[in-house]
Design a protein around this ligand. Structure first.
Ligand code: WCA
Length: 383
């Protein structure tokens, strides 16, 4: 298990290949599906910070070892820390992680992420903010936090509402899994490349002596294919998604879906309702508000808000659902979390409001992100 108070840098968790113009970073905890540890986040932050000011680095490729790109933040480490009442250590992890997300979202060096497998939670945070996201036939994307008593963070409240219509609300609230074709269709991926061509793509990228997004895009285009969106894809249900997930509250969203379900038998709607009913009611409510607020905020503002929310989640003073979610899904693995409050109607507006307020603790501070003025447009508008 990753240690929360480790300050040492274990270089093996991120492998670095130095090529003439490029750096290739490989997330290297394959047994844990490359779940992001404190060590990993610290190392990535150190590496990306140094690349930002190094003129010899033109682009950065990020990939994962084994069958996952990255299955999220190391939830088992989080669960153990919370159990020991060490929420501050969790908060410190979030500070580092969100600072990394911000650096990636505003980086002037193009990042090409090869998403050849599982991409969940924190894994999305280290890739979706980058300029190029390459999906393959093996990609599986999800933001599963509401089923864990958490909420889609790592800047998800910035990128989810920028997907077409209300698809982001659908993805963020239900934790729906998307394949590579769906990622490309909705814009989470910028390209789709068959996995067997990734090695050649990598070599071509390493020969590119440029940070010009248009040239890098053209290189990836040469290896790209147009994948087929399967008939049952959620992306073919945008009409229903927009109709239901545009509603003001989670209760209204569920009611709209249930109304649709009454009209005709529809397995997709039934499973969407089931997913929402399984999730933590508190998580659903704070997630919806977070995604809605993110529509009008930049990536930095989203991360600052998410930091407040994450600290509240870790402290558990409104609801202890995150501890319960970790217990049910990762520690005891009974997959039967007992949420408290147990129903949507028991989560009041005042309770939701608390997650968006400052933490009442003398030592606590809001996340501070260094303003990065004078960035080229290509560095700030990646979605
Ligand atoms: C669907 C998965 C991705 C694959 O399932 P599988 O193919 O049946 O594989 P396994 O579940 O057997 O996973 C292989 C190993 O990787 C481990 N693992 C697989 N994801 C993980 C993982 N995020 N962490 C820590 N071990 C893992 C998993 O526990 C297991 O370890 P072990 O039982 O020792 O063999 C499944 O592993 C899974 O649901 N993983 C969790 C996905 C997930 O919820 N991701 C996190 C989203 S939330 C997030 O990023 C926020 C994190 C957070 C961080 C800090 C905080 O303070 C607060 C929050």
């Amino acid at each position: 298990m990753a240690s929360w108070n480790s300050t040492g840098i274990d270089e093996d968790q991120v492998l670095v290949e130095e090529r003439r113009f490029a750096r290739i970073l490989t997330l290297n905890r394959p047994k844990q599906l490359n779940a992001i540890s404190f060590t990993m986040v610290s190392r990535l932050l150190e590496l990306f910070s140094s690349y930002e000011t190094d003129p010899s680095v033109k682009l950065v490729v990020v990939k994962g070892k084994g069958r996952a790109f990255c299955a999220g933040g190391d939830v088992s480490a989080a669960a153990h820390a919370i159990k020991e009442s060490e929420w501050r250590k969790g908060a410190y992890f979030f500070r580092k992680q969100y600072t990394l997300n911000y650096l990636l979202a505003t980086s002037s060096k193009p990042q090409v992420s090869l998403l050849n497998g599982i991409v969940m939670g924190g894994g999305a945070g280290v890739s979706i903010h980058g300029r190029f996201r390459v999906a393959t036939e093996k990609s599986i994307f999800a933001m599963p936090e509401t089923s864990l008593g958490h909420f889609p963070d790592v800047g998800a409240s910035y990128y989810l509402p920028r997907l077409r219509g209300f698809f982001g609300e659908y993805v963020g609230l239900t934790g729906a899994r998307l394949d590579g074709a769906e990622m490309l269709a909705c814009g989470l991926a910028t390209h789709f490349v068959p996995s067997e061509r990734l090695t050649q793509l990598e070599e071509a990228l390493c020969r590119a002596d440029t940070s010009q997004p248009s040239i890098i895009s053209a290189i990836i285009d040469k290896f790209s294919r147009t994948p087929i969106l399967h008939e049952q894809s959620a992306y073919n249900r945008l009409d229903v998604i927009d109709k239901c997930f545009s509603r003001r509250t989670v209760e209204d969203i569920l009611a709209a879906l249930e109304e649709e379900a009454l009209k005709k038998k529809d397995d997709w709607i039934d499973s969407t309702i089931r997913d929402l009913k399984k999730a933590s009611p508190t998580s659903l409510k704070i997630s919806l508000r977070s995604i809605r607020e993110g529509r009008l905020q930049d990536a930095g503002q989203c991360l600052i808000r998410e930091y407040r929310m994450a600290c509240h989640v870790m402290r558990g003073e409104v609801s202890e659902d995150f501890i319960e979610g970790c217990r049910a899904l990762l520690l005891d693995k009974d997959r039967n979390p007992k949420w408290e409050p147990s129903k949507l109607e028991l989560v009041t507006d005042a309770m939701v409001e608390r997650y968006f307020s400052r933490i009442e603790d003398e030592e606590w501070e809001d996340l501070k992100l260094t303003a990065r003025p004078n960035l080229p447009a290509s560095a700030t508008s990646k979605l």
